[in-house]
Design a protein. Structure first.
Length: 169
């Protein structure tokens, strides 16, 4: 659910850009999206600063205790950083490729790509909790291995379907 909520935020941002592009307002109204995002960020900071659980005692953490905890669990932190970086790289590549590069290499317009990107993010938003539930029923390691193999096997053939694709690019 945590990852799905992050995707929901990305989907809302993508939808807003798509709507602005539909009315040819991206060049003049993009600052409004940053303003809206800053209001949401302030709301998030205020909500996080509130003690939402009255039974929990606030824990005073110093920088040294945080560093000690990170050092103690350094292997786990390293592995989590790799996985998070891989996931983020996948989103960045997909968003950059779909919204920036594919309109240059295909017949799709930028507005069509923004629409397609928003729909794919919606599909991702729905799929994440479903795959999370599935991972709770079978081994998470098997799910990750299967997903990694599927990406490795299908990435090159799918990209080669792009117009003007070649082995040397």
């Amino acid at each position: 659910l945590y990852n799905a909520s992050a995707v929901a935020g990305i989907m809302i941002a993508s939808s807003a850009i798509f709507i602005l592009s539909q009315y040819d307002l991206v060049q003049t109204q993009w600052r409004g999206l940053y303003f809206f995002g800053s209001i949401i960020a302030i709301f998030g900071c205020v909500a996080r600063s509130q003690n939402l659980s009255p039974r929990e005692k606030p824990v005073q953490k110093t920088l040294l205790s945080t560093v000690t905890i990170l050092y103690t669990h350094r292997k786990l932190v390293f592995l989590m950083s790799i996985v998070a970086g891989f996931g983020y790289a996948n989103y960045v590549i997909a968003l950059t490729l779909m919204n920036g590069l594919l309109p240059m290499a295909t017949g799709f317009s930028k507005t069509e790509m923004l629409s397609m990107n928003t729909w794919l993010l919606g599909l991702d938003f729905i799929a994440l909790p479903c795959f999370g539930y599935l991972a709770s029923k079978i081994s998470r390691e098997k799910m990750m291995l299967a997903a990694s193999l599927l990406i490795a096997i299908t990435a090159f053939p799918l990209f080669s379907l792009c117009e003007n694709a070649s082995m040397t690019m």
